[in-house]
Ligand binder design. Structure first.
Ligand code: DAH
Length: 371
């Protein structure tokens, strides 16, 4: 079948049209085509203004261009060469077509053609609806506490090291001088994966890993999650956070340990606090100690925060046991070191006056958004 493009290039005689009825149906076909092409354009839409103008101009030119547009060709090939008998009919139909195709003028098309494809055309918007509010989160209080502690040690030249939470019994216990018989190795204290693998019970195993990796001298802190076979209550959680500190160098003494931890306590709790060192025992330090700080709330007078004692227990510490240095591949005759381990959750509880450790892990936004 011959398309419109082809038909307008031929004369009526060539098309075999020789009566008024033939003329009428030929023009009807042309009008239908114009109508369809306009409708298609409008239902397709245009993604943006330049495209809209391009689409409209193309359709307008196809029909109305002075040179080569369908109407010009109809004028040229149908009307002009028409014989006397057909001319009035062709003339009438042509005028009607011209009136009809006025809707293909550029401005008319632009006005009618919507922006945006039909599928993506937005539904009408109700501008009176409230806007979408995206709530901003905040730093978790335990993370905040951890970062505050990290910053103090980073300012002293320590760097941050980390290690695996799933740990071998060698690194978690043996290399730290904790014998097979030690109560902390019991099934009721430690979460075992198998007989040689545990969820680490403290961050201390990373001491050995770091010594093996870097040797001495070494100044690091090790923040991270730890796990113990504890039932949750207001002061216990089977998962909790520690920060380990380790300094190894030539001529490191207990005075370095005391000086550094006293500086740390004053930075964290205020210049007026005092520190107290008491003897203690850990298998991986010798001698070992417990550090407390005078209560930063009551200045040692006794209050709710320090449970009327005037002191707040901060951490365990000590001089790294020579055997532990040896286990890490460091010569204890050349190097010595100090270490500490503290509970970040407990620090956050003291600092922010929180009485239940479980609040940290329940994800209740009403609690968390206070920080
Ligand atoms: N690892 C000990 C614990 O989890 C804490 C500790 C005490 C770490 C003394 C140390 C230290 O590095 O010297 O209870």
């Amino acid at each position: 079948m011959m398309g419109i493009d082809e038909k307008v290039r031929k004369t009526l005689a060539e098309l075999g049209v020789n009566d008024a009825q033939g003329v009428e149906s030929l023009f009807a076909e042309l009008r239908k085509t114009a109508e369809r092409e306009r409708a298609e354009l409008i239902s397709r839409g245009a993604p943006n203004q330049p495209q809209r103008e391009r689409f409209c101009k193309a359709l307008r030119d196809r029909w109305l261009a002075r040179k080569g547009g369908f109407l010009s060709q109809v004028d040229e090939n149908w009307l002009k060469p028409a014989g006397k008998d057909l001319k009035p009919a062709v003339g009438r139909q042509f005028n009607e077509l011209r009136r009809f195709t006025a809707s293909l003028e550029f401005e008319k098309l632009v006005e009618a053609l919507p922006l945006g494809s039909v599928a993506a055309r937005p539904a009408p918007r109700d501008l009176t609806l409230p806007g979408l509010r995206r709530p901003l989160g905040s730093i978790h209080p335990v993370t905040r506490m951890q970062r505050e502690i990290e910053d103090i040690f980073l300012s002293l030249g320590f760097w941050i090291e980390s290690g695996p939470e799933i740990e071998s019994t060698y690194y978690n216990f043996d290399a730290l001088n904790i014998p097979e018989s030690h109560p902390s190795r019991d099934d009721w204290d430690t979460l075992y994966i198998d007989s040689n693998t545990v969820l680490r019970t403290h961050t201390s195993p990373v001491q050995i890993r770091a010594m093996e990796k870097y040797g001495a001298p070494l100044y690091i802190i090790i923040p991270g999650k730890c796990y113990r076979h504890d039932n949750p209550d207001s002061t216990h959680s089977p998962m909790f956070h520690q920060i380990e500190g380790l300094a190894i160098d030539e001529d490191i003494t207990f005075a370095d340990l005391k000086g550094t931890l006293d500086f740390f306590a004053k930075k964290l709790f205020g210049e007026k606090v005092r520190t107290r060192f008491q003897p203690s025992f850990f298998p991986f330090t010798e001698p070992s100690g417990e550090v407390a700080v005078s209560c930063f709330v009551c200045d040692g007078q006794g209050c709710r925060v320090c449970k009327e004692s005037g002191w707040i227990e901060l951490m365990g510490c000590g001089m790294v046991h020579p055997q532990v240095l040896r286990n890490g591949g460091i010569d204890p005759d050349k190097y010595s070191g100090w270490a500490f381990g503290l509970g970040v959750d407990r620090f956050a509880m003291v600092k922010y006056d929180i009485h239940d450790i479980q609040l940290f892990f329940q994800g209740d936004v009403r609690f968390l958004e206070q920080f």
